[in-house]
Write a protein that binds this ligand. Structure first.
Ligand code: AP5
Length: 205
């Protein structure tokens, strides 16, 4: 097992997806992202309803559904992983601690008004799943720009609800790792390259 078992924490829009993708490429890690896994299974029937019903409202998908995704992904991640979007509440954090140890816990810190701007301006390429931004990250290719779509949960009302859910459920998780020691706080402001350099310093320390 490599020593790159990385947990990236942060509010919606902090850049977890952007930075996890880079970490996974740079260090050849599995990118475990509950958000993407759930989006790929939005219409899947479970005893709690479909994941999409929760996601489009900005609410958390029930723990058993999410835990199952994570445990399956971890069992295939022998050469290290970067975990993005999980755990999002204290029960998930406890479940995770029963499944694996972590080498690095990084918290991406971004002020709330910037989060709203990033999320409401995000656009996704439906063909590749790549994220762009109407202002900060416009694709060079006009053909790509034309086909970009907005995520259902990136409407401003839903963004505000996601931030509320984050404060209520996920901030205690950040506090939990801070108290346990080992949580490193990194500023998520600046360009994606600048933020990546900060995270790389932590991982390579
Ligand atoms: P998920 O997909 O995980 O969404 P999220 O945590 O809200 O995070 P985002 O993907 O919105 O943001 P991000 O931090 O990855 O930022 P990104 O890099 O994209 O979850 C969606 C839903 O799934 C949840 O609401 C819930 O319903 C469900 N779910 C998922 N996990 C769950 C769990 N564990 N338990 C229960 N339910 C769960 O960047 C955002 C934008 O900013 C982009 O446009 C990007 O281009 C731009 N950007 C990035 N970095 C910068 C920068 N440095 N400067 C300027 N712009 C930047």
């Amino acid at each position: 097992m490599s020593d790159h078992r990385i947990l990236l924490l942060g509010p919606p829009g902090a850049g977890k997806g952007t930075q996890s993708t880079r970490l996974a490429e740079t260090y050849d890690l599995d990118h475990i992202t509950t958000g993407d896994a759930l989006r790929a299974n939005k219409e899947m029937e479970t005893e709690y309803g479909t994941p999409g019903e929760y996601m489009d409202a900005g609410e958390l998908v029930p723990d058993p559904v999410v835990n199952e995704i994570v445990v399956a992904a971890l069992s295939n991640a022998d050469d290290g992983f970067v975990l993005d979007g999980y755990p999002r509440n204290l029960d998930q954090a406890e479940y995770l601690s029963e499944q694996t140890d972590l080498d690095h816990v990084v918290f991406l810190d971004v002020p709330e008004d910037e989060l709203v701007e990033r999320l409401t301006g995000r656009r996704v390429d439906p063909e590749t799943g790549d994220n762009y931004h109407v202002e900060f990250d416009v694709p060079d290719d006009p053909e790509i720009e034309e086909r970009l779509v907005q995520r259902e949960d990136d409407q401003e009302d839903t963004v505000r609800e996601r931030l509320r859910v984050y404060r209520e459920n996920t901030e205690p998780v950040v506090e939990h790792y801070r108290e346990a020691g080992g949580l490193v706080e990194v500023s998520g402001e600046g360009t994606p390259d600048e933020v990546f350099e900060r995270i790389r310093d932590v991982v390579e320390e």
